[in-house]
Design a binder for this molecule. Structure first.
Ligand SMILES: Cc1cc2nc3c(=O)[nH]c(=O)nc-3n(C[C@H](O)[C@H](O)[C@H](O)COP(=O)(O)OP(=O)(O)OC[C@H]3O[C@@H](n4cnc5c(N)ncnc54)[C@H](O)[C@@H]3O)c2cc1C
Length: 453
């Protein structure tokens, strides 16, 4: 086959595979969307190899899907049947570390937790912390989905840490975007444009990040509420008071039931908030006191975890707990984001829809940013039930858009939410198409993701 011959000219044999077990691995991501087996998977080790692979794809008109760890949740890493997967998980080096500037340059395949383990020695960290996937997600994948996480309420998401990128465009051209200046007013911000572009504009081959200093102290607390809406209300109250919170995670009652079932935690089955504060001791104390009084005013009780139970470990298992809660059912998800004051109404709305449609509903997320994950369970082989869950999902998304929110706070659009994308962006989608054509005139970079050309 011409494509394989061409790839064989640019890569050594141990960096190309057409073996079915390897193809099966890269056929899927962590969404519940069906996988698609590509023609081949290739592993690049440096920028020049990425550029050569892109040129081979252009010559053979082959769609190319870049892959980090495949932990994406909306199908953005699922390849096309006549396509190839360009896997960057072997590009894991830290290229430069500038501790005095709080900056680092890395290859895209480095795993989030591995990077932070190395940065710890310098008293630094890259904060976004993508929840349950920090131990697998690559930094390149995080840039491409503009990932965020539990600490984003204080520190921001991935985009907020990007200084410079090296990308390979859809013609195989290698371009540097941005620089190491932490503030600039120098032309269009193409670095920000690449963040969240899900591999459709360019392949990220090098990333320069700004970093944060590790906090002087940390304090964690947790509260149990009588109902979901009071818990969501406490969050918007805390944000209104301008409380300096590093993390504030909401778990609804239904999720605590699922967590107990999966992990036997013996948690009180009620809505919860997990909080973390960062800073010197007096700041920790005053913030934590204010948070406690807000929660108590809403009739919450402090949650006492048993020895060895840690809030973030419990939170880590959220998606898995839902996944395994009802055998035979699959997850249908969204990750909507809206103005924070809408959180109580949105949590109530999701549960109301779930109850009416008889679809188990779980809500949780980084609510301090107005970011809510509403996960439903339904049987994909029961077209009526699956269709009903889809309808509920669409209603949640449409309500979010009507409140001035977004379809995706952090997971991206991929294939999962493509159909409603124009509802959020209107005529701007056409502008996005035109931008894509400038970066990728042959339409080979992850085609069909986010929107159709
Ligand atoms: C249990 C669990 C919990 C999660 N929690 C969170 C969370 O809290 N917050 C959050 O934001 N996400 C979360 N995610 C989603 C996921 O981990 C993130 O989207 C992550 O950033 C994807 O990284 P990855 O390396 O797996 O990328 P992949 O899944 O491999 O790819 C994601 C997208 O980026 C593109 N891409 C990857 N690398 C590159 C590159 N170098 N250049 C160009 N394009 C590229 C791919 O083509 C694809 O479109 C979670 C996932 C799981 C399974």
């Amino acid at each position: 086959m011409y494509l394989l011959d061409r790839l064989g000219q640019v890569l050594p044999p141990d960096q190309i595979s057409t073996q079915i077990d390897q193809l099966n691995i890269v056929s899927q991501d962590e969404s519940t969307l069906p996988g698609v087996v590509p023609k081949a998977v290739v592993w690049a080790r440096n920028t020049d190899q990425i550029a050569e692979v892109v040129r081979a794809a252009v010559e053979t008109k082959t769609p190319l899907t870049t892959r980090g760890a495949g932990s994406a949740l909306e199908g953005s890493a699922i390849p096309l049947p006549d396509g190839i997967v360009l896997d960057l998980s072997r590009m894991t080096d830290i290229l430069n570390l500038w501790p005095d500037d709080l900056q680092v340059e890395v290859e895209p395949g480095i795993i989030y937790d591995h990077l932070n383990n190395k940065l710890k020695n310098e008293g630094l960290f890259f904060p976004p912390s993508p929840g349950g996937s920090g131990d697998i997600a690559t930094v390149g994948g995080m840039v491409s989905t503009n990932a965020s996480g539990i600490y984003s309420v204080k520190y921001g998401g991935t985009r907020d840490y990007l200084l410079a990128l090296e990308i390979v465009t859809g013609t195989g051209e290698i371009i540097k975007l941005g620089n190491r200046a932490v503030k600039r007013s120098s032309g269009y911000n193409l670095v920000d444009l690449i963040a969240g572009s899900e591999g459709t504009l360019g392949i990220i081959s090098k990333i320069t990040l700004r970093l944060a200093g590790l906090p002087e102290g940390r304090h964690q607390s947790a509260f149990v509420f009588t109902d979901n809406v009071s818990a969501a209300k406490a969050v918007s109250e805390m944000m209104r008071y301008g409380l300096d919170i590093a993390a504030i995670e909401f778990l609804d009652r239904e999720l605590t039931v699922a967590l107990n079932k999966l992990k036997g935690y013996g948690l009180t089955e009620a809505p919860m908030l997990f909080l973390e504060f960062h800073g010197p001791q007096p700041v920790l104390e005053s913030n934590s006191e204010l948070a406690t009084s807000i929660c108590e005013e809403l009739s919450a009780q402090p949650l006492v975890l048993t020895d060895g139970q840690r809030p973030w470990e419990i939170r880590h298992w959220a998606t898995d707990a839902i996944k395994h809660y009802l055998p035979g059912k699959s997850i249908l998800r969204n990750d909507v984001a809206f103005p924070i004051s809408q959180s109580p109404d949105m949590v109530a709305y999701c549960h109301e829809l779930g109850q009416k449609g008889n679809i188990p509903m779980f809500t949780f997320g980084h609510v301090g940013m107005g970011l809510l994950h509403a996960l439903m369970l339904a049987d994909p082989n029961n077209s009526v039930e699956w269709g009903r869950a889809h309808e509920i999902n669409n209603q949640i998304i449409e309500k979010t858009i009507s409140l001035g929110g977004t379809i995706s706070g952090e997971h991206g659009i991929g294939l999962g939410h493509k159909d409603l994308f124009a509802k959020e962006h209107g005529p701007a989608v056409e502008l996005m198409r035109q931008i894509k054509r400038q970066f990728d005139p042959h339409g080979i970079l992850n085609p069909g993701k986010i929107f159709d050309l």
